[in-house]
Design a protein around this ligand. Structure first.
Ligand code: ADE
Length: 234
């Protein structure tokens, strides 16, 4: 799967994406990352990419021209109809595991990262297919939220995680939080591992994990628990 990231800070993005599990998956040919510096596409002789907002107000806005030309360069290169273009913004719909799964089904995605007060609305109207937020708080730019989304999407691409089953049992996959887990030693700070996990009885272990998953979700995320029980009743 290929990710194009349109940004004014490509170094920020590159450092993060080429490291760790994503970097390994890129070397293995499962993922590819292409950061594009929007500033390289400005027609302004001083390399300016922002200007004051019409109507007044605080801060500067990213102008339509450099954003559009950067997007067009990626799009033309891809030679296809329309690559889904995600605008990373606090005004978007909230990113979820479900949306991560949906986007992981695409062959290619473009992420558009804003800065300053945002981006001229006219270019957004022409290129954006999905406006997405990572939560109800405001960050200084779109790069960190884009990294969060790319990480969540990329790890669902086949071959990226070596342990295929871990993505299936983890939190949110079935609408619940994951059960607690333990490793050696059996006793740590006077606390024992729940004995059922040493029983070797897979049915009992499965039941215990399911019960723990429900309890944990009810306690920590009553909203998820309610949605889960409602769906089970239908
Ligand atoms: N840009 C600034 N804040 C953001 C957020 N919460 N989600 C997505 N993009 C953002």
């Amino acid at each position: 799967m290929k990710f194009h990231i349109l940004t004014l800070f490509p170094d920020m993005v590159d450092t993060c994406l080429h490291a760790s599990i994503l970097g390994r998956a890129e070397k293995g040919g499962h993922l590819s990352f292409h950061s594009v510096n929007i500033r390289d596409y400005t027609a302004d002789k001083h390399k300016k990419v922002d200007d004051y907002t019409y109507g007044g107000g605080a801060g500067m806005l990213m102008q339509a021209q450099p954003v559009y030309d950067a997007w067009l360069a990626v799009h033309r290169g891809a030679g296809r109809e329309k690559i889904r273009t995600v605008y990373v913004t606090p005004q978007g719909r909230t990113f979820t595991q479900e949306l991560a799964r949906e986007l992981a089904g695409e062959e290619e995605l473009i992420f558009l990262c804003g800065h300053y007060e945002g981006i001229d609305e006219r270019v957004l109207e022409e290129v954006v297919t999905d406006s997405v937020s990572i939560g109800d708080y405001v960050l200084t730019g779109g790069e960190l939220p884009a990294m969060v989304m790319i990480d969540a999407i990329a790890r669902l691409v086949p071959g990226v995680l070596h342990n295929g089953s871990s993505a299936k049992t983890e939190s949110f996959e079935n609408g619940l939080l994951e059960y607690p887990q333990y490793s050696r030693p059996f006793v740590w700070h006077g606390k024992e591992v729940p004995p059922v996990l040493l029983s070797g009885n897979h049915r009992l272990i499965e039941e215990w994990r399911c019960q723990q998953s429900l309890l944990r979700t009810k306690e920590r995320r009553p909203d998820l628990y309610e949605a889960y029980t409602k769906e089970k009743q239908e």
